[in-house]
Design a protein around this ligand. Structure first.
Ligand code: PEP
Length: 258
């Protein structure tokens, strides 16, 4: 298994000034480490990606930058939307697709997410695909049906060779932004299920695809959560905006790396 992926999703927070100051602070702390095996990705809002990438480049380690969304069309009359060509020109390496907030507030379907995912791959960028059940799904014992439907839909036509550019983030909706993460047993059950799904569908690539956990992951619970089998990193919202917390999660990942 590869090393950990620690990705921050800043959502609709920060401006140019705060972007520079957070990345500078993260980079200064990360630069005190001799070696960093984890992949570090920070996903600011579109308007701040360019300066984030400029600032991240100053680190002696590789801090990568991602977008939180994209449009699947190449260009055209889609007022207010952002294309992958635009994203690429910002020195962006990753794009998050299928975040539960996009599904819930912007009505994104698995079919929409599949189009976005294919467009990201076509543009030679890496995908962080988010999936996860709602509390209602979990309480009605539909978690794995929901995850399967999401994966089947979002990964339609995706072949084994594509999987090297895809990361899957399991984010139970009920744990996002609530301050209460899923329990380690729940995370383990979901990640083992996910690994099994990926191995069945994608053979060898399914064995190595990174499976991130997201949902109130922070500096306090990271040691426990990142140690769960088949958890290969985290997608972090709130705590990624606080340099000390985000770097502490990176350090935990480093200490658990083989
Ligand atoms: C997220 O937005 O992907 C997320 C996991 O948020 P938080 O860490 O704040 O729960």
């Amino acid at each position: 298994m590869n090393n950990f992926v620690i990705a921050g999703n800043w959502k609709m927070n920060t401006n140019i000034e705060t972007t520079i100051s957070i990345i500078k602070n993260v980079a200064e702390q990360v630069d005190q480490l001799n070696e960093v095996k984890s992949t570090i990705v920070i996903c600011p809002p579109f308007t701040n990606i360019y300066v984030a990438a400029q600032e991240a480049k100053k680190s002696k380690h590789n801090i990568q930058v991602g977008a939180q969304n994209c449009h699947f069309e190449e260009s055209g009359a889609f007022t207010g939307e952002i294309s992958l060509d635009m994203i690429k020109s910002l020195n962006c390496d990753y794009v998050i697709v299928g975040h539960s907030e996009r599904r819930a507030y912007f009505n994104e379907t698995n079919a929409d997410i599949n189009k976005k995912l294919k467009a990201v791959l076509k543009n030679n960028l890496k995908v962080i695909l988010c999936i996860g059940e709602t509390l209602e799904d979990r309480q009605s014992h539909k978690t794995f049906d929901v995850l399967e439907t999401q994966l089947n839909g979002c990964l339609q036509d995706i072949v084994e060779n594509d999987m090297k550019n895809i990361i899957i983030a399991y984010e139970p909706v009920w744990a996002i932004g609530t301050g209460v993460s899923a329990k380690t047993e729940e995370i383990e059950e979901a990640h083992n299920w996910l690994r099994n799904y990926c191995e069945k569908k994608y053979a060898n690539a399914g064995k190595t695809v990174a499976l991130l956990y997201g949902g109130s992951l922070n500096d306090k619970n990271a040691p426990e959560i990142l140690n769960v089998s088949n958890v290969n990193g985290g997608l972090i919202g709130g705590a990624s905006l606080v340099p000390e917390k985000f770097v502490s999660i990176i350090k935990t990942a480093e200490s658990l790396s083989k």
